[in-house]
Design a binder for this molecule. Structure first.
Ligand SMILES: *[C@@H]1O[C@H](CO)[C@@H](O)[C@H](O)[C@H]1NC(C)=O
Ligand SMILES: *[C@@H]1O[C@H](CO)[C@@H](O)[C@H](O)[C@H]1NC(C)=O
Ligand SMILES: *[C@@H]1O[C@H](CO)[C@@H](O)[C@H](O)[C@H]1NC(C)=O
Length: 269
């Protein structure tokens, strides 16, 4: 990674009392359908914080001779938990005919986390890194309803450390009050490489949090893949993202839907 550090960010968080939230949460997941005869190596990319994936036509019979692949990709520092909600795939001792396979990485040679068929729901599986590859295959004969799984991203245990940002103990820095400024470590000087900071802002029930960006100077990248500030609409990093920012242009302010936000600032080596 070309770590071009910048001066980081500074923003002001103020609390406002607003009426109840009417609209639903934005969903970050993409639910994909797999067409017939998909070739190995080409896959449907899935990103976000959680989602459901099911076999084509589910809950009706899946087609014969299909070869579907989904790759789930979450942020560095997170892993993927997959829970089986329904399974009805042609049964066989080694699952040699039709099967659902989950690999612990992005490629078809990554270690297998599960290879399943039949009707018994397997225990959930957890990836070791931030990618899984899901493959579903059927032969020409005998089918079933297929599968329905739910995945979610969670932080790798022990990831958020205070090596390069201050904190008050626990996993994050708790921030309370009616308003406050939060800035990157060392601001307005260069933020350190390999920063991994988290703040949770918590206000009284019935109130919401408005965050106004006052300064932004974070390594620029189209998808903010290297260094970024991310703001989640809730108490944890699994809550929907309100903003993911990098670069130099001040983003519009964001408003939480409830009384918590969770902020993550990361920089690469
Ligand atoms: C997945 O499906 C369940 C119902 O089985 C639903 O409650 C949940 O909201 C869905 N999750 C996502 C991320 O769409
Ligand atoms: C984390 O912060 C605490 C208190 O500020 C400090 O005592 C400790 O040495 C820090 N740990 C690391 C790994 O920097
Ligand atoms: C936040 O910083 C601004 C200066 O940028 C200052 O005027 C203001 O009082 C600070 N707010 C709080 C709550 O500390």
């Amino acid at each position: 990674m070309f770590a071009m550090q910048g001066g980081g960010f500074l923003f002001l968080a103020v609390v406002v009392v607003l009426g109840p939230q009417a609209e639903g949460q934005p969903t970050a997941n993409t639910e994909q359908a797999c067409g017939r005869g998909r070739v190995d190596g080409s896959y449907m990319g899935v990103q976000g914080l959680s989602g459901n994936i099911s076999s084509p036509n589910y809950p009706n019979m899946y087609p014969g001779n299909i070869n579907c692949a989904w790759r789930i990709m979450v942020d560095e520092g997170q892993r993927i938990v997959i829970v089986f909600k329904a399974l009805d795939i042609e049964d066989h001792g080694q699952c040699s005919y039709d099967y659902l396979r989950i690999r612990d990485g992005a490629g078809t040679t990554a270690a297998s986390l599960a290879k399943v068929c039949g009707h018994t729901l397997p225990p959930s599986v957890t990836s070791s890194g931030n990618n899984v590859l899901i493959i579903f295959r059927s032969d020409y004969s005998v089918g079933g309803e297929g599968f329905d799984i739910e995945w979610s991203a969670e932080d790798l245990p022990g990831l958020i450390s205070n090596t390069s940002c201050e904190r008050e103990g626990g996993r994050y820095m708790g921030v309370q009050g009616l308003s406050g400024n939060i800035s990157s470590p060392n601001y307005p000087n260069m933020y350190p490489k390999n920063s991994n900071c988290a703040w949770r802002i918590m206000v009284d029930e019935g109130k919401r949090i408005v965050i106004v960006f006052k300064a932004l100077d974070i390594e620029d990248h189209g998808a903010c893949s290297y260094d970024y500030l991310r703001i989640h609409d809730g108490a944890k990093s699994t809550a929907a993202s309100l903003a993911m920012v990098c670069g130099h242009r001040l983003p519009p302010s964001v408003t939480s839907s409830e009384n918590n936000v969770f902020l993550i600032f990361r920089s690469v080596w």
